[in-house]
Design a protein around this ligand. Structure first.
Ligand code: SAH
Length: 369
């Protein structure tokens, strides 16, 4: 490929590799998604039919509405504090929060207690969130990171956020585990490779279930920091609800994937132009949150959480006053959110709550009788 056909970020990544050597996968992912100038999320609105992918809140208003009811119930369990920080990580277009706040408005004391804190890297999406949410008349603050949100009673939400956090990868070779990296390969193309020297003590840090890995196996992980931060905030009278795709148990496998224009793409083909994600390891996330004193509920398949929170009843109520065309759409959205396998989000997506130990049981995580 000629220099001038490359994306500006690819040229930058090649410069960095030429200067400093092969680049760890996590660093590559970080640049692709959040480079301040060329990062995927910084330069566009990726959501919806005209974008690259669709998320649960964009599928149906029912999703956000159930989250709103969940928040209000958790706030009551927290003792109905007069001020509660509702924090959302990566709110996208603000759709989930708008649906949630609308549904929770009936609980007037709750609505009056809310201050919104939104963590968003994209100026473009921040603007969409502002337009979407200002009608609620709430105080809203935007931050670059969760660490910037002041302490105090909080309910934290994250839908399809953790999967965008950079993931590290290691590859098993006959002399041990090596870092997986991005370098320049045959035909002068970006290519995956392995770091030269094995990591001596790496195997001992792995979850027991993956220690006997065959050669060429790949193990992925994210730093503990996000689980620790969520656990730290939740354990003193708060809760976090994390919804994302991933696995309930730590395991082996390369899940780094690129999506552009609603189809899978090569993660190295057009840095900064495609969404890059990797599955969430819910076992690892829960362990880090619990290690700091929070209690985890789940992970549950998303369908179970939505059924427990009453999505069937909600759909029936909406359908009862809808035209037959709209009723068919509600039915389709319900199937998309709850169907198992490849047909829907119901099974691949999981929900994990991280909460103060005093908030037990938590709505949605205990099956209703
Ligand atoms: N929750 C939304 C959007 C999911 S897409 C939905 O379900 O529709 C991921 C979101 O996280 C986007 O808003 C993106 O801009 C934001 N984001 C990604 N990485 C981020 C980071 N490191 N810091 C803050 N926001 C980030």
């Amino acid at each position: 490929m000629a220099d001038d056909e490359r994306s500006p970020l690819e040229s930058e990544i090649r410069r960095l590799i030429a200067a400093a050597g092969q680049m760890p996968v996590a660093e590559y992912m970080r640049l692709c998604l959040t480079d301040p100038q060329y990062g995927y999320y910084v330069t566009r609105d990726p959501l919806g039919a005209g974008g690259d992918f669709i998320t649960a809140p964009e599928v149906s208003q029912m999703f956000g509405e159930l989250i709103g009811v969940w928040m209000a119930a958790v706030w009551r369990q927290m003792g109905a504090p007069a001020n509660v920080r509702i924090v959302e990580l990566g709110p996208g277009r603000g759709t989930m929060m708008a649906d949630a706040l609308r549904a929770a408005r009936v609980v007037k004391d709750f609505h009056d207690a809310v201050v919104l804190h939104l963590i968003e890297v994209s100026p473009r999406l921040q603007e969409l969130q502002r337009q979407r949410l200002q009608a609620f008349g709430l105080q809203i603050a935007w931050h670059a990171a969760l660490a910037d949100v002041p302490g105090g009673p909080s309910i934290i939400l994250a839908n399809e956020f953790i999967d965008t956090l950079p993931v590290h990868q290691a590859v098993k070779r006959n002399d041990g585990w090596h870092q997986r990296v991005v370098g320049i390969g045959v035909g002068d193309k970006l290519t995956f490779g392995v770091g030269r020297d094995p990591w001596r003590q790496f195997e001992a840090t792995l979850p027991p279930a993956v220690r006997q890995a065959p050669e060429d196996a790949i193990f992925e992980w994210r730093p503990d920091s996000i689980g620790l931060e969520l656990g730290q905030r939740a354990r003193t009278g708060g809760a976090a609800l994390i919804i994302d795709y991933g696995h309930s148990k730590s395991g082996l496998g390369d899940t780094l994937q690129a999506v552009a224009d609603h189809a899978f793409a090569d993660p190295l083909a057009a840095p900064g132009q495609a969404d890059l994600t990797a599955h969430v390891d819910f076992e690892a996330l829960a362990l880090s949150a619990e290690s700091i004193g929070a209690r985890c509920h789940g992970p549950l398949p998303l369908r179970d959480l939505l059924f427990n929170l009453g999505i069937n009843e909600r759909a029936a109520r909406l359908k009862a006053r809808a035209t037959s065309e709209a009723a068919a759409e509600i039915e389709l959205a319900l199937a998309r959110l709850t169907a198992p396998g490849k047909r829907g989000m119901g099974e691949l997506f999981k929900a994990l709550a991280i909460a103060d130990r005093k908030l037990d049981p938590l709505p949605g995580f205990v099956a209703l009788a």
